[in-house]
Design a binder for this molecule. Structure first.
Ligand code: CMP
Length: 138
């Protein structure tokens, strides 16, 4: 069984589609083993986006990610990373299939509603950064 982390970003929070997104993952057969609201601090974002720190969009992205608290969840299933990535669609919402979460609700490459881990090792890194071990149930 594989784990993956999903964040509902501030644009998704403001659109009040948390329930829809959770429902979609449940219907896809993914199991929730962690779920909470969290304020992403600059300290967390500096670690989370360390690979983007020198990119021109980093500052704007950090600002966007602090607009509201975000929902952070840990999902578990076989092949969870790829299953979730196919449900949410590619980073650029404009290129995402219409039946994907980003295709349905996203606007562009930054305001793309959700984040998902891109590899199982990355998921472990993200879980450690955001969750205590007592907050993971599985
Ligand atoms: P995500 O895949 O969750 O993690 C990296 C984020 O960086 C990505 O979502 C986008 O929100 C953001 N991002 C990636 N490329 C760009 C870009 N060219 N301009 C603005 N934001 C970007």
């Amino acid at each position: 069984m594989e784990k993956t982390v999903v964040l509902i970003k501030p644009d998704g929070m403001k659109k009040k589609i948390v329930g829809k997104i959770i429902d979609r993952f449940e219907r896809e057969g993914l199991e929730f083993i962690g779920l909470k609201l969290i304020n992403l601090t600059q300290e967390i974002l500096d670690t989370w986006y360390v690979h983007h720190k020198d990119k021109p969009f980093f500052q704007d992205l950090s600002h966007f990610m602090k607009e509201t608290p975000v929902v952070a969840m840990v999902l578990k299933s076989e092949n969870a990373v790829n299953r979730v990535r196919s449900v949410i669609g590619p980073t650029d919402s404009q290129k995402a299939p219409p039946d994907s979460i980003r295709g349905q609700h996203g606007e562009d490459v930054q305001r793309n509603v959700v984040h998902a881990s891109d590899a199982p090792e990355r998921a472990e890194f993200e879980i450690k950064l955001l969750f205590k071990s007592s907050e993971i149930y599985g």
